[in-house]
Design a protein around this ligand. Sequence first.
Ligand SMILES: Nc1nc2c(ncn2[C@@H]2O[C@H](COP(=O)(O)OP(=O)(O)OP(=O)(O)O)[C@@H](O)[C@H]2O)c(=O)[nH]1
Ligand SMILES: [Mg+2]
Length: 450
Amino acid sequence: MFIDEVEIWLVAGSGGNGALTFRTEKHVPRGGPDGGDGGRGGSVVFETDPNLSTLLDFRPGKKYRAENGGHGMGKRQYGKHGENIVLKVPPGTQVHDADTGELLADLAQTPQSEVLIAGGRGGRGNVHFVNSVHQTPKFAEKGEPGEERRVKLELKLLADVGLLGFPNVGKSTLLAAVSAARPKIADYPFTTLVPNLGVVRADDHHNFVIADVPGLIENASEGAGLGIQFLRHLERTRLLVHLLDVSGLTGRDPLEDFGIINRELEAFSEDLAKLPQVVAFSRIDLLADRSGLIPLRQFFEARGLEVFPISGVTSEGVRDLILHVWTKLQEIPKEALKLSGVVHITNNARDDDDPRRFTIVRDDEGVLVVSGKALERIVSMTDMGNEYAVRRLQRQLERWGVFTKLKAFGAAEGDSVRIRNAEFDYVDEDAWGRDEAEGENDDEDMEVTV
Ligand SMILES: Nc1nc2c(ncn2[C@@H]2O[C@H](COP(=O)(O)OP(=O)(O)OP(=O)(O)O)[C@@H](O)[C@H]2O)c(=O)[nH]1
Ligand SMILES: [Mg+2]
């Protein structure tokens, strides 16, 4: 189970359809066109919220939808814009395309808000298509369908300090002793299955964040135990507190444990292995005779590591440890965190506005598939049930060189051609379009400006 990695769907609102209406006046059954534009669809927006520390509120697989735009109406009335959907995430959340893995947004700052998918454009009402030749355009544009995208949200916890240690050494107990966090604590390994965060009060004005992660075991970096998936939470910390059980009750050798865990860190990431460590001897309340700790302490101090004997149960030594950690944190700059803040706006509409840029491929069934973002958008906004709209589309396709390129590609009379959801039979250009070119090629001045 991961609380900090979740796949969801984002659905931008579709634009509303433009209206196909005509003015009605007394004694004039059909006046001029007066169809208004559809409203823009709502966008999908992410916003950081410093009060959040998990992605638990997101339901895996759920579709998070922005509102659709309203349809245009008669009397040139615009449709209402769709409401954006604003998804709140903890700082440190990254949004990836679930299919390609591409990083779409790195939401590291507070406040930070990013439009992940812009809503679909509203279709234009027929009033826009009046020109010197066509006084009564009998078509309107449909709204642009809202883009849908599956994304993976990933939270790398922005903790200052990570707790490191074998299972059952008392990491969660320590977190509970120093913060308001109430992680599950029990006397068996792998009690903690997901990372817990706690805010620790250093003094009246300063806090820092500790992350308690599941215990590590030998070969964790190769997937043993709960594996490495949690090690990456420690990647963005600035300091590690390495807990060693010195009570002798578990039969573990603290020195051996220390070596094993550090080897796992090195195997996982060089950066992680380089983080400064503070050693905490855990469960000292269980030791009646503490003389055995002296050589152990000397071993670490000889290697430049500070040692703090503690008990999360009685709180002995805990305050000293915390004060020491706080002092050290002040020496380690926060800039060490790698926060990029990179953002790509994924909206198709903004990426490529030139309908002359498209590609043609023949699919397995022999259908000629024409793809190009602007071109596909215009096709998706064409009302295929309306012969006037379809005729206009044909003229546009011709103007943008679609038929010429299809011919050059080897299209033969009767081949099927598909552009997005529209499929039609290829007709050799010499056999069609002549009559259109004369009287009907009248919309040069209403170039699509989407
Ligand atoms: N006597 C004593 N018991 C402790 C101390 N710290 C932890 N324990 C006990 O040790 C057991 C394990 O403690 P946890 O805090 O759950 O250990 P953990 O390191 O978080 O374990 P995982 O989540 O499994 O990795 C519990 O039964 C605790 O009550 C301590 O300082 N003294
Ligand atoms: Mg635990």
